[in-house]
Design a protein around this ligand. Structure first.
Ligand code: CIZ
Ligand code: SF4
Length: 300
């Protein structure tokens, strides 16, 4: 049996669906049943009737799917693939901030630990953060952990008082305006599409700012045929699949070391390694479920 036949047999035997993020290797995206951003994958996880789900992404994504689907077995393709930014929000900071402000909403980017989510009022992703913050009645918003995404959202909502912490994606945050200017010099006709995890100096040079899904939609509907894409390079697979006649340029250094840890061979064995199965304490799960469900509701 070749690899694909083995995988199909295993999927049938174990009743498993494979979910992959746009940032994983293209070989894995091609083998997945559903590919998308973390918001889409969280919604998809809820609709699926399969007994088991394999998540090819970073740790918090498997954890989110398990939180929303306690009756399914959820496996991270590689449990060591984690998002460093998820650990940049501090539970003590949340408690201190709640003591400081009466009228406060703690808004937590899904790139966070389940412990942080459990202390939050609502979760957001880059595709729904502005929409959700706008709907909150509180004036003060403690936006964690991504200060770049938070600053971007705050510009759209001048009536709110945003408070940030120190977190940022180490990959997007390393990109400087000079990186963009030199690519623009090489490709002067290209439109610049950037992810809001980038710094303001990068966003200020961009023609469009949005989540991975937003970038894909924008490139697909645009009449332009050349784009400089400022997010993790692996998104190239979906951009080129949907737009074979358009040209995309990337920054070579914009890879995600954690998303790159997955190997397609692990699809056959990940369910045998007990560390890959996501297990969550029920009390903690209940607490984290509330802000996640509120996100699904307000993000509609
Ligand atoms: O929410 C996600 O999936 C991430 C990490 C990025 C994006 O913009 O989709
Ligand atoms: Fe985390 Fe950045 Fe990798 Fe996204 S690209 S998973 S935010 S380290």
């Amino acid at each position: 049996m070749n690899f694909t036949d083995k995988l199909n047999a295993l999927k049938k035997e174990k009743d498993v669906a494979i979910l992959a993020h746009y940032y994983v290797d293209e070989e894995i995206q091609a083998l997945a049943d559903y590919v998308g951003d973390s918001f889409y994958l969280a919604q998809k996880g809820r609709e699926l009737t399969n007994k088991r789900i394999i998540m090819a992404g970073v740790y918090f994504m498997g954890e989110t799917i398990k939180t929303l689907n306690p009756d399914k077995k959820v496996y991270n393709l590689n449990w060591l693939a984690d998002c460093p930014m998820a650990h940049m929000a501090n539970e003590k900071d949340i408690v201190d901030m709640r003591n400081k402000y009466d009228d406060l909403a703690v808004v937590t980017y899904v790139n966070s630990t389940i412990e942080t989510k459990a202390l939050s009022d609502v979760c957001v992703t880059s595709s729904n953060a502005a929409k959700i913050c706008k709907k909150l009645k509180e004036k003060n918003i403690f936006f964690i952990p991504d200060k770049n995404l938070g600053a971007y959202v705050s510009e759209e909502l001048p009536d709110k008082n945003f408070i940030f912490n120190r977190g940022a994606c180490p990959r997007h945050n390393q990109i400087n305006k000079e990186d963009i200017l030199s690519l623009k010099k090489l490709h002067p006709r290209a439109r610049v599409l950037a992810h809001p995890e980038c710094k303001k100096e990068v966003l200020d040079l961009s023609d469009y700012i949005g989540s991975t899904k937003g970038i894909i939609n924008e490139a697909s509907k645009s009449s332009a045929d050349e784009f400089i894409v400022v997010t993790v390079k692996a998104i190239r697979y979906e951009l080129e699949r949907l737009n074979p006649d358009k040209t995309f340029y990337f920054l070579d250094k914009l890879t995600c070391l954690n998303m790159n840890m997955h190997k397609k061979e692990d699809l056959l064995t990940c369910m045998d390694n007990p560390y890959n199965e996501v297990k969550i304490d029920e009390d903690l799960r209940q607490k984290a479920l509330k802000p996640l469900e509120r996100m699904l509701e307000l993000g509609k």
